[in-house]
Design a protein around this ligand. Structure first.
Ligand code: FES
Length: 335
């Protein structure tokens, strides 16, 4: 077997690249299209190769915290670019873990050379949104509901998530429930042997559903709340009230916790800044209609109470009670 080549190029000139990307953000906003110029800069800075796998024990790939810091830095320079870049980093991770050889090595080598920008697209809607996407018989077309597809028309490869494990998990749990109901009925009718058999099948279905649920939660992080900060229970001063303007995000801190302050229809609201989905900074996201959109994967949270208006986040954003005291915004965690 041949030795794995060194695929990782350090993003040495990333700061300069981010300055250039930030300088072009307004122009990109004015003419929305795929930000190819920004990705050429990121490629030249080696940032597309940020999280390629280590090639030996000496080679340290960045920690998750360092990866997240880089994604946040790109999102701060330009939110749209950050969102697509986050998809690229996510896709590289999945490619490295899951793709079969020789596809894996070939694609990672092209990522290392800055030739490929990847994306992860979601086609796993919640039930009310319609049918999840499925491949048609040709194996070339997807039909169904998409959830997000950042970088459409620009990325070179898109890894499309379809709800398979989640659906099987739900089916297994439903089957367990039905088997237990069947078992109960059989026992009530005096058919003890049949009741035991159905009960045992129910245990099997429950175990399978639990295993898949654990895989979704612990391996894939589905629905896991990523905020671990201890929120201030006492009223804590943040910033002068006049720094919080209508429809704008103000980044502040309450004790050790980063928060987002904003005013909607004259009233000041406060949410934790770290997105419950994957830790994106909400203060970098756009505000509209009393909601904030996370710049990384587009989760939408209501300012008033942190409720998830739209996923992929599964957990609400911690919201704070707000009081204006002597012209200062004071916040405390809602009990
Ligand atoms: S980090 Fe994924 S939606 Fe916020």
């Amino acid at each position: 077997m041949s030795a794995t080549p060194d695929l990782r190029a350090p993003p040495a000139s990333l700061a300069a690249a981010l300055d250039e990307i930030a300088a072009g953000a307004d122009e990109r906003d004015a003419r929305p299209s795929y930000p190819g110029d920004a990705f050429e800069r990121l490629a030249a800075a080696g940032a597309l190769a940020l999280n390629l796998p280590a090639h030996d024990a000496e080679d340290q790939r960045p920690s998750f915290a360092e990866e997240l810091a880089t994604v946040r830095a790109v999102a701060r320079a330009d939110g749209s670019v950050g969102r697509i870049y986050d998809g690229h980093v996510n896709a590289v991770e999945r490619l490295a873990l899951l793709a079969p050889e020789p596809l894996r090595a070939g694609e990672l080598a092209r990522v290392a050379a800055g030739e490929l920008t990847l994306g992860v697209w979601g086609a796993d809607p919640v039930p009310a949104e319609g049918e999840p996407a499925r491949l048609d018989r040709s194996g070339e077309r997807l039909h169904g509901v998409k959830v997000f597809c950042s970088g459409a028309g620009g990325v070179d490869r898109a890894l499309v998530n379809v709800r398979r494990i989640g659906a099987v998990h739900a089916v297994a749990n439903t089957a367990a429930l039905l088997l237990y109901v069947g078992s109960l009925r059989a026992r009530r009718r005096g058919r003890h042997g049949r009741g035991v058999a159905l009960g045992l099948m129910g245990v099997g279905a429950l175990a399978a559903g639990g295993h898949l649920g654990g895989h979704l939660s612990y391996d894939k992080g589905v629905g896991v709340n990523q905020t671990f900060d201890a929120l201030p229970e006492e009223s804590t001063s943040t910033v002068p009230e006049d720094e919080v303007r209508e429809g704008e995000a103000t980044r502040a801190s309450a004790g050790d916790v980063a928060i987002l302050l904003s005013r909607h229809e004259g009233r000041v609201y406060a949410l934790a800044d770290r997105c419950t989905h994957r830790g994106g900074s909400l203060a970098d996201g756009p505000l509209a209609d009393g909601c904030v959109t996370c710049p990384l994967h587009g989760s939408i949270f209501r300012l008033a109470d942190g409720a998830v208006v739209r996923g992929p986040a599964g957990a609400p954003e911690p919201a704070f009670a707000v009081r204006i005291e002597d012209g200062t915004v004071d916040v405390r965690a809602v009990a």
